[in-house]
Design a protein. Sequence first.
Length: 158
Amino acid sequence: MPATRYQKRERAAQLAVFLKALSLGKTKKAAAEEAELCLRSLYRLRQTDAMFAERWQAALAAPDNPATDPLELEAQRRAVTGTEKPIFRGGALVGHTTDYSDSMLMFLLKAKYPEKYDRAKAVNAKTEASENAAGTDTSLNIAGARDALLSKFATAAQ
């Protein structure tokens, strides 16, 4: 009987590690490896245990979960972890170097902190704020602009 209790406690601890890793933005496979669990058995447990399925969903939707989209995860990996590139000399492999994507890192920073790293959005936000404070309308008059452009084209064609 005590061995069964220990196994249940160990299993609960592994599931907690898995759910925590998911909430931190790791992929399901990486979270399962970190918890030393089989991903297939986790999927089976999710189908049979409604409470575990809810906790899984909550972990994926956690506010500290940076990205669950594979494209965002790959962008973050290339910017932060980098990619390994081989170095050849005289046709022979002599080593590897890690290549980081500075532009990808800048895109990620602009997306997360636009007021700090995206000058265009910061300038637009300041302009809108000052126009709104002054009481001017910031919406575009598209119909008027189109008519003005058409009249200019008509006079230029004549």
